[in-house]
Design a protein around this ligand. Sequence first.
Ligand code: BJW
Length: 236
Amino acid sequence: MRKFEEIVILTGAGISAESGLSTFRDAGGLWEKHRIEDVATPEAFARDPEGVQKFYNLRRRHLDEVAPNAAHRALARLEAESDSRVTIITQNVDDLHERAGSRNVLHMHGELKKARCLECGRASRWEDDIEPTSACPACGAAGRLRPHVVWFGEIPLELDRIDRLLGACDLFVSIGTSGAVYPAAGFVSQVRALGRAHTVELNLEPSAGSHFFHEARYGPAGTIVPLFVEELLTGR
Ligand code: BJW
């Protein structure tokens, strides 16, 4: 294994599956039980704010019942022990990377444990249910909080930083994502177009963009991610 200086890791729902969080598009996933149009668009929130809050309140509560798995812990170990700069770009709204010890994490689709105020625009830490009368910790406005997540048709977060990271990396690793949702699904081709980074897919099965990667390993993240991290750290 060659030595890398700037490692960028894109993660998706598959990395949290073995912790007990549902993915979206697998059999039994969230989009089998809920229609995207009912829970994951700004129009759904405008039409049925209570139904949408309920969907996210339940998922926020569920976070307290799960724990990081071996894949999250391996990525935290990589950041702590490697000489390379390691950045995780996660599409996940859970906090399992942080709870495993990762520090350099960008949440491009937001965070379940934050609420955003429609009045002042600030995102504040939020542990409990968002109620119809909940007040914004920043400006005090009542009944104006929404989940701090990125719905379909909204612009993902941190895109300028992500663009710079993709341009600078010499290793790009994609873990546990189906490659169905843009712009994240296009990151690997963006990196490949620059021609300087090695690209690796770690997933249960080939993703929609699997042919873009130089290398792929398939299996449960809790098994294949620790092995891959061990290779990176030992150079073997
Ligand atoms: C395992 C495993 C194990 C299982 N181990 N692996 C037509 C063409 C192109 C684009 C568009 C289009 N029409 C519309 C668009 C844009 C749209 C889009 O991409 N739609 C597609 C459906 C086509 N995108 C957007 O709207 C985005 N915004 C946007 O484009 O803005 C415009 C803009 C962009 C850039 C610059 C300027 C302007 C916003 C997308 C927001 C996505 N939001 C969600 C919900 C977030 C909140 C929430 O959690 O509820 O984000 S949708 C959902 O999908 C969630 C996820 O982050 C995202 C990706 O899912 P992910 O993580 O890949 O999960 P799965 O379930 O799909 O896959 C899991 C994988 O894990 C599978 O491969 C399994 O095999 C694997 N796995 N167990 C390892 N143990």
